[in-house]
Design a protein. Structure first.
Length: 429
């Protein structure tokens, strides 16, 4: 018995993911060092079943340009082992236009270039800080360059948010929206997140910052995480809710998925052979090449971008494509049915009848069957792709017309009485 095969794709879904062990370098100053923020992020990661390996350079008062020129920071960067580098600017500098455009932005671009030279797969995350508790004007030590006079925390925070999101968008980086998470909590409660200097974070403030960075690194919400860092469970739960609302409620604003590949494919089918064509692509911040891993669902696989595969038996097969770029993967799957018509060609007579013409194909309203007088009286059956009989008849005129206006669109099989005839695929639109 020989079989004619047809493919019907039933469903599709995608899933993006990153690995469960990550290496992260923190570059900041006392805002990052306070309450050991990297260790808080590690605690959240461990509680979530993840492994976070980290190092940090956090000298007091440091700017990004300071790190670019610091031998200690450069040595850590040039290890080339980091999946992420979390970068925090000095807290006042982004609010002063002169330093934002002449110091912060050029330095961050330079730092990105240095990091990518050491490891083309590294990704940078900007760590958005928060405003002073009561706002106020921010100036350099000589009072040469100053910010606007901020009337309150929100006024200053809005400027910081604008500064961080603008450069993150420009350089295709993620932004950890810590300052916005602070803003949401402070506007919702009477809680205090600053220490007595009205600048640095207390433990609550650092925990809230760690939640946002955790979600940006691992691409998952923090709600339900069992690591509380000494904060009461109810308060920790509230901070988790606020952080998730901030991060995931505006994920596009923080470029949360900017580095992720997008897996996809199309296919063509001839008989029982399926040709697959990857339409996978890099995300906006992606660099380098995509690696492909195909699983055809029958124990066979391929690492080609556009493979061809022949199925040996009818059945249900789940085709899976995993597209990988550095630490990021995206998976798309489609379940297909390989259908057999059960036509026995071994019974062909020595002089088989010439195959009749069926037209038009595709069909819109009416199918015409029959080529010439030799086809008169021949029986025909038309089946759906699932093998269900749709109509049975005989060729009583040339051509015989079959009304298809009430048929669902799809693939059908026209089969004539002679065992030597091949089924004809008919497409109804």
């Amino acid at each position: 018995m020989r079989f004619i095969f047809f493919v019907l794709f039933l469903f599709i879904f995608n899933k993006s993911s990153a690995q469960d062990t990550l290496s992260v370098l923190f570059l900041g100053n006392s805002y990052t060092a306070a309450n050991n923020l990297p260790q808080l992020v590690q605690g959240l990661s461990t509680s979530a079943g993840k492994t976070l390996i980290y190092d940090a350079s956090m000298p007091g008062g440091f700017t990004i340009s300071g790190h670019v020129n610091d031998p200690t920071a450069l040595a850590k960067i040039n290890q080339g082992i980091w999946d992420y580098i979390v970068v925090q600017e000095q807290s006042q500098l982004p609010t002063i236009d002169y330093y934002r455009y002449n110091d912060m932005y050029p330095a961050l671009a330079q730092l990105k270039a240095i990091a990518e030279q050491a490891n083309p797969c590294v990704r940078l995350i900007t760590y958005m800080t928060w405003g002073r508790r009561f706002g106020g004007q921010q100036c350099d030590p000589s009072n040469t360059h100053c910010s606007a006079v901020f009337v309150d925390f929100n006024h200053m925070q809005d400027t910081l948010t604008s500064a961080y999101t603008a450069i993150s968008d420009s350089l295709n980086m993620q932004c950890a929206p810590v300052g916005v998470a602070w803003q949401n909590v402070l506007n919702d409660t009477n809680l205090v997140l600053h220490t007595s200097d009205n600048s640095h974070p207390n433990l609550d403030g650092s925990y809230l910052a760690a939640l946002s960075i955790f979600s940006c690194i691992w691409k998952q919400p923090s709600l339900g995480n069992g690591f509380y860092a000494g904060i009461t469970p109810n308060r920790a739960l509230y901070f988790q809710q606020q952080s998730d609302q901030t991060v995931w409620g505006r994920a596009a604003d923080w470029n949360l998925s900017i580095n992720e590949p997008l897996a996809g494919f199309s296919y063509t089918q001839v008989g029982n052979t399926v040709g697959f064509n990857s339409s996978s692509r890099l995300g906006a911040g992606g660099r380098g090449n995509l690696d492909h891993r195909w699983d055809f669902g029958d124990g066979q696989s391929s690492a080609l971008s556009d493979p061809s595969h022949t199925y040996s038996a009818p059945g249900s097969y789940t085709v899976r494509l995993i597209a990988t770029n550095c630490i990021f993967t995206d998976t798309t799957t489609e379940t297909l049915q390989i259908m057999a018509t059960g036509i026995d060609r071994e019974l062909a007579v020595e002089a088989p009848l010439k195959a009749p013409i069926a037209y038009p194909n595709p069909v819109v309203h009416e199918l015409k069957i029959g080529r010439d007088e030799r086809d008169l009286g021949r029986q025909y059956n038309i089946y759906s792709v699932l093998g269900q009989l749709v109509v049975r008849g005989s060729i009583h005129s040339i051509p015989t017309e079959v009304d298809t206006r009430q048929w669902p669109a799809g693939l059908y099989l026209l089969m004539l009485e002679s065992p030597s005839e091949s089924p004809i695929k008919i497409v109804i639109r």
